[in-house]
Design a protein around this ligand. Structure first.
Ligand code: GLC
Length: 549
């Protein structure tokens, strides 16, 4: 039973060798911090060999650690040291594509007759142009020319991330054997990247263009495309099940009606991330058209997701990850961001059914970075989105403002540890800038101090692991006080116990009729205070209550 999983973006967590990039030894040095935070598992974003076009989500050797992060011995030591502290380690499996620097792809290009050609998806073009007009997720055509043969290869993401051909059973067996090899090494399981994309519509039919670039969104032809279930079931049976591995999949586009098949009793995965509430600000799936988030719509999105997920299996609840901007900036107005509102956001998702995920720095309340120019960004998708915004007629200033808000680099800036150089992240020059608010946000400024965001997260994690652990993981979920505007509230129940979480998600008081209960955690009241009847909640107050039996 996993209750709290902490995501580490290794490039930005802790740099032990002073090259400006985080590494495995840096993580080893911070395990006690993670233990004190109360997490039971950590998930490492990719640490495998990679040219780093997409910061490790472009793998050139699935069984090797990139020298930037250390080596295999460091990883084994990390796994062992984490285990000593009762912490499991999840690796990030990128199975939809490899890097174009992977030996398989290099051989596919250099010898089109080799077996590796069929590990990827090559097709002939038409009239000197790509086989069809599908747009990649990073903005340009999804096809790239192989000048050697005149054929094109498919890439759902960047052109340096050629898609693997899952139709090929030999390739699939290679992947399963690699997965088993890591499980033999003692990893607790995996977060699985972009898995919804592994099955394609092989007709590769061109679509009506949806933008001036002549390209078209191909989601309907490669996201959870019919037939994917055969591959997913096979992978579960051959790779995960024999080891009873925990798996949480980035499975974009799984409709709520199909969740049972994905995460039910004999599902493909232990859990999947649901994007319905974290991508609620995207007007059409792109960052360059953000829309305001009405409170009622957000509440419906979170609760509908939770109702569907908890009916099917266990959830993987989260507000942040390495692809999202920071949650205070997404869900709060700039003048609303404060201790109360940020802890309220934390408690809002933390006690939902399933496993709660914390993304590094979220427990400190790190906010978006105040970007000033495009040159400051590293993320390949940010640059693409900026170009697309310009192509749609936005001015440079408008395009910068929009990508600054949603850029993935907001999550990827260095972790803030202390008051020292680069906030203790690195002795060298960090690969992304350090947040200027580090003197108030860093861990040292909050450690051991009551009424801080860090302490609140520690309290929440402790609660999730205490006597009520099973209730939070497994108990029923039911929305409450839905008729009251600005109140996000729900009940969790198991056997004879009921927990009520009440968030006053607004910058004014709210008056509520509460059942006889005692406070388990609150950002205004705490310490087993008893409450009952008409109660006034302060702006952004959150109460986690144990109802009297
Ligand atoms: C997933 C990852 C993201 C990456 C993409 C391509 O969405 O979370 O960071 O860019 O897959 O691998």
């Amino acid at each position: 039973m996993k209750n709290v999983i902490y995501q580490i973006y290794p490039r930005s967590f802790a740099d032990a060798n002073g090259d400006g990039v985080g590494d495995l030894r840096g993580i080893i040095g911070k395990l006690d911090y993670l233990k004190a935070l109360g997490v039971d598992t950590i998930w490492l974003s990719p640490i495998f060999c990679s040219p780093m076009v997409d910061n490790g989500y472009d793998i050139s050797d699935y069984r090797g650690v990139d020298p930037l992060f250390g080596n295999l011995e460091d990883l084994e030591e990390l796994i062992a040291c984490a285990k000593e502290r009762g912490i499991g380690v999840l690796l990030d499996l990128v199975l939809n594509h490899t890097s174009n620097a992977h030996p398989w792809f290099k051989q596919a290009l250099s010898d089109p007759t080799s077996k590796y050609r069929d590990y990827y998806i090559f097709r002939k073009g038409t009239d000197n142009s790509p086989p069809n007009n599908w747009r990649s997720n990073f903005g340009d055509s999804a096809w790239e020319l192989d000048a050697g043969t005149g054929e094109y290869y498919l890439h759902v993401f960047a052109k340096e991330q050629p898609d693997l051909n899952w139709e090929n059973p030999v390739l699939r067996e290679e992947l399963y054997s690699m997965i088993r090899w890591w499980l033999e090494k003692g990893v607790a399981g995996f977060r699985i990247d972009a898995i919804s994309f592994i099955k394609k519509d092989l007709s590769f039919v061109s679509l009506p263009p949806d933008a001036p670039d002549g390209l078209a969104d191909a989601q309907a032809h490669w996201v959870v495309y019919p037939g994917i279930e055969v591959f997913l079931a096979e992978m579960r049976n051959k790779a995960f099940a024999p080891y009873n591995a925990y798996t949480v999949a980035e499975a974009t586009g799984v409709p709520h009606e199909r969740l049972a098949e994905f995460i039910g009793e004999n599902g493909y995965f232990s859990a999947v991330f649901d994007f319905s509430y974290t991508d609620i600000d995207l007007a059409n799936g792109n960052w360059h058209s953000l829309r305001p988030i009405p409170k009622a719509a957000l509440r419906d999105a979170i609760f509908n997701s939770q109702l569907a997920v908890s009916a099917a299996g266990h959830g993987a609840v989260y507000f942040e990850n390495h692809d999202q901007n920071r949650s205070p900036n997404k869900y709060l107005a700039p003048n609303e961001i404060c201790y109360e509102s940020v802890t309220m956001l934390g408690a809002l998702y933390f006690f939902l059914q399933g496993t709660a995920f914390i993304y590094q720095g979220q427990e400190l309340g790190i906010t978006n970075y105040p970007w000033q120019s495009l040159e400051q960004f590293n993320d390949v998708a940010t640059v693409d989105q900026y170009q697309r915004a310009l192509a749609l007629g936005l001015s440079e200033q408008e395009a910068l403002a929009i990508v600054s808000q949603r850029s993935r680099d907001n999550a990827r800036i260095p972790m803030l540890w202390d008051y020292g150089k680069n906030s203790g992240f690195s002795d060298g020059s960090p690969w992304l800038p350090v947040h200027p608010d580090y003197p108030t946000l860093c861990a040292a400024a909050q450690d051991g101090i009551p009424h801080t965001i860090l302490q609140f997260y520690r309290d929440m994690s402790a609660l999730r692991h205490g006597d009520l652990a099973k209730l939070f993981f497994d108990g029923s979920f039911a929305p409450a006080y839905q008729e009251q505007e600005g109140i996000f509230a729900y009940r969790r129940a198991l056997d004879s116990k009921t927990v009520l979480v009440v968030c006053n998600f607004q910058n004014n008081d709210a008056s509520l009729e509460l059942p006889p209960s005692s406070v388990l955690i609150g950002n205004k009241r705490s310490g087993l205070e008893d409450l009952s009847g008409r109660t006034t909640l302060a702006p952004f107050e959150v109460l986690v209550l144990l109802e009297k039996e």
